[in-house]
Design a protein around this ligand. Sequence first.
Ligand code: ADP
Ligand code: NI
Length: 212
Amino acid sequence: MELAQLTAFARQVAAGDGSGHGFDHITRVVATARRLCDLTPGVDRAVVLAAATLHDTYDDKLVALVPAARTRTQAALAAAGADAAMQTEILTIIDHMGFKANLAHHQPLSLAGQLVQDADRLDALGAIGIARAFQYGGAHATALYDPAIPPRQTLTAATYREDTTTLNHFEEKLFHLADQMNTAAGRQLATAREQVMREFVAEFKAEWAGLR
Ligand code: ADP
Ligand code: NI
């Protein structure tokens, strides 16, 4: 399978995105997925890297017509030399790795899928995760913070909302990700990155309250 061909396809789909799903996100997720592969004996590296590269190519945040975009992704896989079984393996990972898909129905991911999901989630954490959260907030014109709106603490398909303040998004979603990591290596990286975010949130709230 020609990864460079898939990379060119993903770059074209991501071109012009201003909401945090740009091609730079894809590059980082693939790099993190590579690191996790190095720490995971026996995982199918080609599947991991292809799924990481393509994971946002038919996301409703990037494309208007998801089924048509999924068909284009499958065609890109075929053109890059993936046989039918490998196409299915990769598309199944992408279909089931998203946060909302996981809240709605818990379909277990393959080992390769678990690494890709961890790599994607790690990009929502740490300093880059902070930057992406505010980029998203800017793109969707949501409030930075409102101390009168408490964060929802239980995360279910029914309670999860995207139109939340950016500071509440940290507490409603991002601070739960480290616990949900599939791999030990992913969890270790996530915990360190979550710490950076917790310090940021504490400082933000102290400044907001006039304590600094
Ligand atoms: P994924 O593709 O991993 O499922 P999303 O598409 O939900 O992630 O989010 C992409 C980025 O936008 C992440 O960094 C996430 O934290 C951020 N984001 C998503 N929803 C919000 C929100 N309501 N407020 C601020 N940032 C958000
Ligand atoms: Ni992603």
